[in-house]
Design a binder for this molecule. Structure first.
Ligand SMILES: Nc1ncnc2c1ncn2[C@@H]1O[C@H](COP(=O)(O)OP(=O)(O)OP(=O)(O)O)[C@@H](O)[C@H]1O
Ligand SMILES: [Mg+2]
Length: 269
């Protein structure tokens, strides 16, 4: 396995590596890999054998060709920077099977009419979660909302446009406040409104953590995004708007109250 510390402090994972790993996994237990290696830590958390199989399949389809390693490691997922067969950068979001909090996921997905009747089984919920993020991105993208272009989804793995330059991701709004906060706030309000009216979605986890600045604001992390028919949709929309208002008021932007912004979005329907 070619290991290299680059700007992302990462591991290069080539198709041959994945194949070798697959063979290795068949023969040995995962624990036999060197425990202190970066590779091990990432893979132990993310790449269980079914995920490897999924990656293997997607690599053979040309969705991914080379992995440059982790851009972000959250509670439920890891984001990897990769390139496709043609050399374009793509982001791979890989949901963890073993450590994801699928009970909370279940609570948030069960009210979405698109996933009616989903059973409370870990693997199924996590696959549904990734599938929901993909469908949401598609709906948002088709409605002209600024989101990363969705590319492919398979089981717990999602491929989307990489937001960054030369493999370095653009900053999150949380880490790098916008230069023109008022304009950015208005663009985000427009995006939330368009998302509601045209894509019939509520993001449901909107905050400075889930906006990237290219420097134009782009909404990311749609796994919580829900259909407006969800009985929780209004509450979630109000929460999204309250988060934006809180953040932008801190930057000195004069804004309406979240409830007023909420009514405006609902009335424009
Ligand atoms: N398409 C993308 N291109 C480049 N970087 C991305 C992309 N999507 C996400 N990222 C980076 O990865 C980080 C985490 O992504 P995201 O918010 O989708 O995961 P997360 O669901 O918050 O993780 P968790 O819930 O597991 O904590 C983002 O804050 C951003 O820095
Ligand atoms: Mg996030």
């Amino acid at each position: 396995m070619a290991e290299e510390k680059g700007h992302l402090g990462v591991v290069h994972l080539l198709p041959a590596d994945v194949e070798a790993l697959m063979r290795r996994l068949e023969r040995h237990k995962f624990e036999r890999l060197e425990k202190d290696s970066e590779t091990y830590k990432i893979m132990a958390g993310v790449f269980d054998s079914s995920t490897l199989l999924t990656l293997y399949h997607m690599i053979h389809q040309g969705v991914f060709d080379i992995f440059y390693g982790v851009v972000s490691g959250g509670k439920e997922s890891n984001i990897f920077c990769a390139r496709d067969k043609r050399g374009n950068y793509v982001a791979a979001k890989i949901y963890r099977i073993a450590t994801s909090d699928f009970r909370t996921m279940y609570r948030y997905i069960v009210g979405d009419p698109r996933f009616k009747g989903i059973t409370k089984e870990r693997r199924r919920i996590i696959y549904a979660w990734a599938s929901r993020e993909f469908k949401n991105l598609q709906r948002a993208f088709d409605a002209g909302v600024a989101v990363p272009r969705p590319i492919r989804h398979e089981r717990n793995v999602l491929a989307m446009e990489f937001l960054g330059e030369q493999g370095v991701p653009y900053p999150r709004m949380k880490d790098s406040p916008p230069e023109k906060p008022k304009e950015t706030f208005e663009k985000l309000l427009n995006a939330v409104g368009r998302l509601y009216r045209e894509a019939r979605l509520v993001h449901s986890d909107l905050s400075e953590y889930n906006v990237m600045l290219t420097p134009e604001p782009v909404l990311i992390d749609f796994s919580m995004g829900t259909d407006i028919a969800n009985p929780m949709a209004d509450e979630l929309l109000l929460r999204d708007l309250s988060n934006l208002v809180r953040y932008f008021r801190k930057l000195g932007v004069k804004t309406k109250e979240p409830a007023e912004l909420f009514s405006a979005i609902k009335e424009e329907r």
